[in-house]
Design a protein around this ligand. Structure first.
Ligand code: PEP
Ligand code: MN
Length: 336
C-alpha cells in the first residue's frame, strides 16, 4: 500500500508514520516530491492496518497498490525518474544516443569507433566485454581486457560507458570500470544478479527478456529497486514472435506502457530488436516517436567483419545519418 501524506507535511509526522509502519513489520520506502511525500509500505496489508494509518496525523489517504510491482509503479512515484550518468541525465527530455560495437574486439578498433561515434553525436558508448552467446563456440568477449579498453575509451572521449554484466560475483569489479551496468535479455530473470545490482550505487540498464511480459520485466526492475538501487533504465530490445524475417519483434508499445505504468526511463535498442541494419534507423525514429528517452545502437567500422552482430551493425556513415534524423525528430516533438 502507499500512504499519501498531506501537502507540506512536517518531517516529524513522516517519521512517525514510518516508525509505525516498521513496528507493524512493513518495509518502508519514501518518495519525496516537491509538495508531497508518498510512503511506500511493502508488507501484509489488512483493512484494519489501512484504517489505522488513515487516522494518523499528516496522512491524507491510504491506497492499496493493486499491481504486483510497487516501487517501480507510477502510483508510488508519480513524477518521472531521472537517472544521472556523469554529467548526462536519462529521462529528462533530451534523448540519449548510446552507440558502439556489439563487442569490444581490440583496443585499436574500439578506441577508433568510440571517437568516430562521439564525433557524429553519440552521447554514450556501448561495448560488450563479456558476451553471452547462443553458441559456446562463438566469440565470448575480451573480458577483463575489454573492461580496461572501455575505461580507456571513457577517458579519451569523456563519454559514459555501458557494458553488460553477466556474473553476480563480478558486479563490484565491473562497476569500477563503467558508468552503467547492462543486464542482458537472457539474464533479465537472473534474480541473484538483480539482487546484487540492487546493492550498488550505479545505474542499471535492464533489457527486456526475449519472452518476458511487461509485468515480468517490471518485476525484474522491482528486484533492483527494492534492494536499494533506484537507478534503473528499462530497455526494449524486441521479443520472440512467430516472425522469422526479423531477429526479434520490436515491441514499441512497451514504450508508452512503461511510461504509463512506471516512473522509469526507457530506451530502445533497434539493433537487437530487428537484427537488420536497414531497419535500425526507421525503428529508431519510431522509438523516439513513441516517447523513448533514448536509443542504443550497434556501430562497427566494418560490419561484414564484426565478430558479433555484423548484420545489424551500422557503419559510422549510416550512424551519422541516423543521429541527424533522430535528433530532428526529437526536436520537432519537443516543440509541441
Ligand atoms: C547486447 O546489447 O550486446 C546484447 C547482447 O543484447 P541482448 O541482451 O538484448 O540480446
Ligand atoms: Mn549485439
Amino acid at each position: 500500500m502507499i500512504i499519501v501524506m498531506e501537502a507540506f507535511t512536517e518531517q516529524d509526522q513522516i517519521n512517525m508514520v514510518s516508525e509505525k509502519l516498521k513496528e507493524k513489520g512493513f518495509q518502508v520506502h519514501l518518495s519525496q516530491g516537491v509538495e508531497r511525500t508518498i510512503i511506500g509500505a511493502i508488507g501484509e496489508k489488512t483493512p484494519e492496518v489501512m484504517e489505522l494509518f488513515e487516522t494518523l496525523p499528516g496522512v491524507e489517504r491510504v491506497v492499496p497498490i493493486l499491481q504486483p510491482f510497487k516501487l517501480a509503479s507510477k502510483t508510488f512515484q508519480p513524477q518521472q525518474s531521472k537517472v544521472n550518468v556523469g554529467t548526462q541525465v536519462i529521462g529528462q527530455g533530451k534523448i540519449q544516443i548510446i552507440a558502439g560495437p556489439c563487442a569490444v574486439e581490440s583496443r585499436e578498433k574500439y578506441l577508433e569507433i568510440a571517437q568516430a561515434v562521439k564525433e557524429t553525436g553519440a552521447t554514450m558508448l556501448r561495448g560488450g566485454a563479456f558476451k553471452p552467446r547462443t553458441s559456446p563456440y562463438s566469440f565470448q568477449g575480451l573480458e577483463k581486457e575489454g573492461l580496461e579498453i572501455l575505461a580507456e575509451a571513457r577517458e579519451l572521449t569523456g563519454l559514459p560507458v555501458v557494458t553488460e554484466i553477466v556474473d553476480p560475483r563480478m558486479v563490484d569489479e565491473v562497476a569500477q570500470y563503467v558508468d552503467i551496468l547492462q543486464v542482458g535479455a537472457r539474464n533479465m530473470q537472473n534474480f541473484f544478479l538483480l539482487r546484487e545490482l540492487g546493492k550498488i550505487n550505479k545505474p542499471v540498464l535492464l533489457k527486456r527478456g526475449p519472452s518476458a511480459t511487461i509485468e515480468e520485466w517490471i518485476m525484474a526492475a522491482e528486484y533492483i529497486i527494492s534492494g536499494g538501487n533506484k537507478q534503473v533504465i528499462m530497455c526494449e530490445r524486441g521479443i520472440r514472435s512467430f516472425e522469422t524475417y526479423t531477429r526479434n519483434t520490436l515491441d514499441l508499445s512497451a514504450v508508452p506502457l512503461i511510461k504509463q505504468l512506471t516512473h522509469l526511463p526507457i530506451i530502445v535498442d533497434p539493433s537487437h530488436g530487428t537484427g537488420k541494419w536497414k531497419l535500425v534507423e526507421p525503428m529508431a525514429m519510431a522509438a523516439i516517436g513513441a516517447g523513448a528517452d533514448g536509443i542504443m545502437v550497434e556501430v562497427h567500422q566494418n560490419p561484414s567483419e564484426a565478430l558479433s552482430d555484423g548484420p545489424q551493425s551500422l557503419t559510422p556513415e549510416n550512424f551519422a545519418r541516423l543521429v541527424t534524423r533522430v535528433t530532428k525528430m526529437a526536436e520537432a516533438l519537443q516543440e509541441n
